[in-house]
Design a protein around this ligand. Structure first.
Ligand SMILES: O=C(O)CCC(=O)C(=O)O
Length: 286
């Protein structure tokens, strides 16, 4: 089982907080002990073995440009899957500790400049070697039944993640655009049925910031920041990541028609703060 807090640098600089609010995302280098991050490997393997959905089957956006046609990938090599799942923390104490009891909530509360922090959900997102699916550009807020400025996602890679191996990527400043966009299928820009708002606009490649992250680095992006991830073109290396979504003081429940509902959302009242057994307060620690 993953043990509790094991900090590396642990602290967040003022300039990094400013960067988050100015750009809509920030990469915090060397902020968590890599050994602690890698202690989640077994937990991720459990997800891969049982609960993960294979997003590659949802209808991807493989085009001649994104298809794996590189000379170094021979036709008979195995094509990878894009496996994803959510809410692992609910029944796996390793994920619960990682999202609720690690150094991450304190870091996030500081970046969001929030006195308190609630966990919205966690997800595991794995692109196996040779996974052609790009994660389509989207805004997380379109999927969340909340409103507020202090809402964000932390992306924690368990592998070296570069633009060639499926790293997350962002459109800088896009959090300033308050247009409501429809959630999409994650591997396709096709919107989810019965959702409201505009379709996510096409993103020009020159507007994309695509950092490379090492194990121990994390990125934090605002829930309105347009972001996606590249294909994993490595022939041997997976791109494993844990994404954790948190809400701060100003977040309130707001039901968004057609967006994925969790069972407890049936009992919530719009306008309420998020305190709920399935949306626990994780900072300050009780
Ligand atoms: O890991 C990915 O492919 C996408 C991550 C993402 O979009 C998220 O965590 O919000």
């Amino acid at each position: 089982m993953a043990s509790k807090v094991s900090e590396h640098r642990g602290i967040v600089e003022e300039t990094e907080i400013e960067k988050f609010w100015d750009d809509g995302f920030v990469v915090l280098r060397n902020v968590i002990d890599p050994t602690y991050v890698l202690s989640m490997e077994a937990a991720i393997s459990r997800v891969l073995a049982k609960d993960g959905t294979d997003l590659s089957e949802l209808g991807s956006i493989i085009t001649p440009e994104t298809a794996l046609t590189d000379e170094n990938i021979s036709a008979n090599e195995k094509v990878g899957r894009f496996i994803a799942g959510t809410d692992h923390w609910v029944d796996d104490s390793d994920f619960e500790n990682f999202a609720c009891n690690s150094v991450i909530p304190e870091i996030v509360a500081r970046v969001l400049q929030s006195k308190s922090l609630w966990l919205y959900e966690d997800s595991v997102l794995v692109k196996e070697p040779n996974t052609a699916e790009e994660t389509a550009f989207h805004k997380d807020l379109s999927y969340f039944h909340v409103s507020g400025e202090q809402v964000c996602t932390v992306w924690v890679p368990l592998d070296y993640a570069s633009p060639a191996t499926g790293a997350i990527r962002f459109v800088k400043g896009s959090h300033e655009d308050k247009t409501a966009y429809r959630p999409n299928w994650f591997v396709s820009d096709k919107p989810l049925p019965n959702t409201e708002g505009k379709r996510v606009p096409a993103v020009a490649s020159e507007d994309v910031v695509a950092p490379t992250l090492l194990v121990g680095d994390i990125s934090i992006h605002h829930a309105r920041t347009l972001h996606g991830a590249s294909a994993n073109r490595s022939v041997s290396q997976s791109r494993r990541a844990i994404s954790i979504r948190y809400c701060g003081d100003d977040a309130r429940y707001l039901l968004r028609r057609g967006a994925p509902l969790k069972s407890h959302h049936e009992t919530i009242t719009e306008g309420d703060i998020l305190t709920h057994e399935y949306c626990p307060r994780v900072w300050p620690r009780n």
